[in-house]
Write a protein that binds this ligand. Structure first.
Ligand SMILES: O=P(O)(O)OC[C@H]1O[C@](O)(CO)[C@@H](O)[C@@H]1O
Length: 654
């Protein structure tokens, strides 16, 4: 086999002297060399074992298949042509599906040609065609999605569906549901849907039905959360644990936070949470620990450490901070009563000092950002709202999962929305999308979707490793209306074109109607939901403004070009079930985008890199503060900034 790997180590300690793909990778530094056999057989564990025993070399980069995040410091480059990731796809019969040069297909080229036709249209005119609009409004299990304000004709939709066929979208959806290792660079299946499957369902991963183990964890969560909520499980001093602090970051935080915020104001959930509190502690900023623990009594507090890997620096430092807070107040033995964990790495949970009995597992076929329906979200949410409420949320996700799995592509909501995103980003060249929920209860939707989308599809190479000849990924941001209207909507109306998702509910979680007011407060809010979409689509011409009597000098400033695309999602209400549907709609939409762009939406090597970058600085800060060691190995700018930082405060513990 050809020699395809090469690389060099970051840092001053050494370098990879030779790395071959057909048998071994050799790392060498001043003291010794070591070989890492079988990398070509996807033997990341053996890489781990060998390297850790010696000098803890850390590897990151395009070293496909390396799972352990402690390998972060070196760079290994492998030719993609012969990468384990590609081989993994071949082994699973997915090569013909994944190795597609989608931009070479006829459907792709037709869409490019079609852009010219669409550029000649205006939404003001397109919206007059009622048949067109009717065909672009779909309802699924109570959720209405109207995409008639997208810059598409029925012909565009047909072309996008042809693209879906050429991208083998159905086959990719099947591959996901059948447990194939479509996350080929990490050699993992992608089965977050199994987390919400009913007890009797069968979903297989590596020949094993995973639903029973999902339910065994759900049953354990139900039992444990009921004991805590009923006061049967008490803390070290015999008091009931009414406050929960969930430590975690990224996917181990944003999804649960979104759902918690959405339920917090829903009347039935609010009632179930009476007398209880749930806080999240994510950032490693000491200010955050101050906020997370402020006013809490350790005697009544339960800390849940949520980390898929149990190695994430921020989470582990925050966990140690909470452990110190508990032990200094209640003694060392209190940890077993006041700290529990959610992780795939139960060994490290034990090492940390948390009783394995109080650990709730999930599996490597659940990606961090897709883990809200695993114990990551279910445990803290069940502690706050009770398991039955969380089960309603799971049922909502499953309802949309089933639609995604079974509906034909042309009426499949996640598929249609995913295709429209691809159209906007790649063909029309609109790189961003605004998520605009008309409810404060959905205030954390945009931050969550931002992670799910941008971590999933922010990629520069196709799944087989070849560079993408087109733009993929979408920049996501958003704010609940009407706050956003008094902020960035200016840019959306008159500046850049940013396709918008307007999300509203027919019924509010809280009705307010005051006698003497024209409409209820919710109707007032929703007036904006309806009006904004039309304003963006229609715009305002100089003629409109003249007719309105606007003074001539102001006319150019008040012209709205319109023709700005949006789509509207109208939910019946915001409860646990519909929140689940909404979450699953977005999760699958993002997967569809990735399937069309032909990227691996389920790895995150860029973020893994980020995880390792601070370690060198951390080592330097420690050395400088404790031994006054001079700064070494940084560029001029970083040396200057570090010098300034170190000089600014001398105490080690500051
Ligand atoms: O759950 P962990 O292992 O602590 O990782 C936290 C998060 O880090 C990420 O890899 C990136 O920040 C996420 O995908 C993940 O959810």
């Amino acid at each position: 086999m050809a020699s395809v790997a090469s690389g060099s180590m970051c840092g001053k300690a050494g370098g990879i002297s030779r790395s071959t793909f057909d048998g071994s990778l050799e790392f060498q530094d001043a003291e010794q060399s070591r070989s890492v056999p079988q990398l070509n057989n996807f033997a990341a564990p053996s890489l781990k074992a060998t390297a850790l025993r010696t000098t803890s070399w850390k590897v990151y980069g395009t070293c496909h298949g390396v799972r352990n995040r402690r390998f972060q410091r070196g760079v290994v480059k492998m030719s993609i042509a012969d990468s384990p990731a590609k081989r993994k796809l071949q082994e699973q019969g997915l090569e013909h599906v994944s190795g597609l040069a989608i931009s070479e297909t006829a459907a792709w080229k037709q869409l490019h040609q079609h852009v010219g036709e669409i550029k000649k249209t205006h939404l003001r005119e397109l919206m007059k065609d009622e048949q067109r609009c009717q065909s672009m409004i779909k309802e699924v299990d109570g959720i209405v999605v109207d995409y008639s304000r997208q810059r598409v004709t029925t012909g565009t939709m047909e072309k996008l569906l042809s693209l879906a066929n050429e991208a083998k979208l159905s086959e990719k959806i099947d591959a996901m549901w059948s447990g194939k290792h479509i996350n080929s660079t990490e050699d993992r299946a992608v089965l977050h849907c199994a987390l919400r499957a009913p007890r009797e369902a069968e979903i297989f991963c590596d020949g094993k039905n995973v639903v029973p183990e999902v339910w065994s964890t759900l049953d354990k969560i139900k039992e444990f959360s009921e004991r805590v909520r009923s006061g049967e499980w008490v803390g070290a001093t015999g008091k009931a644990l009414t406050n929960v602090v969930a430590i975690g970051i990224g996917g181990s935080f944003l999804g649960p936070l979104f759902v918690h915020n959405a339920l917090e104001t829903e009347p039935s959930a609010e009632k179930l949470a009476e007398g209880r509190s749930l806080r999240f502690f994510s950032n490693v900023d000491p200010v955050d620990s101050g906020i997370a623990l402020k006013g809490l009594d350790p005697e009544t507090t339960l800390v849940v450490v949520v980390s898929k890997t149990f190695t994430t620096a921020e989470t582990m430092l925050n966990a140690r901070t909470c452990r110190a807070w508990i032990t200094s107040n209640l003694g060392v033995d209190a940890v077993s009563k006041h700290m529990i964990a959610v992780s795939t790495n139960l060994e490290l949970v034990k090492e940390f000092g948390i009783d394995p009995e109080n650990a709730f597992p999930f599996w490597d076929w659940v990606g961090g950002r897709y883990s809200v329906t695993s114990a990551v979200g279910v445990l803290p949410l069940a502690l706050q709202y009770g398991f039955d409420k969380v089960e309603e949320f799971l049922k909502g996700t499953w309802s949309m999962d089933q639609h995604f799995r079974n509906a034909p592509l042309e009426s499949n909501l996640p598929v249609l929305l995913g295709l429209l995103s691809v159209w906007n980003v790649t063909f029309l060249g609109y790189p961003a999308r605004a998520i605009l929920p008309y409810s404060q209860a959905l205030q954390k939707l945009a931050p969550h979707i931002q992670q799910v989308s941008m971590e999933s599809n922010g990629k520069g190479v196709a799944i087989d490793g070849t560079p993408l000849p087109y733009e993929a990924g979408e920049i996501e941001f958003g704010e609940p209306g009407t706050n956003g209207q008094h902020s960035f909507y200016q840019l959306i109306h008159q500046g850049r074109v940013v396709p918008c998702d307007f999300i509203g509910a027919v019924r509010s979680q809280h009705s307010v109607f005051m006698p003497g007011e024209k409409v209820s407060n919710h109707d007032e809010l929703m007036s904006n939901f309806f009006a904004q979409a039309d304003a963006l689509a229609d715009g305002k011409t100089p003629e409109d403004l003249k007719a309105e009597g606007v003074a001539a000098p102001l006319i150019p400033h008040k012209v709205f070009t319109g023709n700005r695309p949006s789509l509207s999602i109208l939910l019946p209400t915001l409860d646990a079930f519909t929140i689940g549907q909404l979450l699953s709609l977005y999760e699958h939409r993002i997967a569809v985008q990735g399937f069309i762009w032909n990227v691996n939406s389920f790895d995150q090597w860029g973020v893994e890199l980020g995880k390792s970058l601070a370690s060198r600085v951390r080592t330097q800060l420690n050395a400088s503060r404790t031994r006054d060691a001079p700064l070494q190995g940084f560029n001029y700018s970083t040396t200057y900034l570090l010098t300034h930082y170190l000089k600014g405060k001398t105490p080690v513990h500051d």
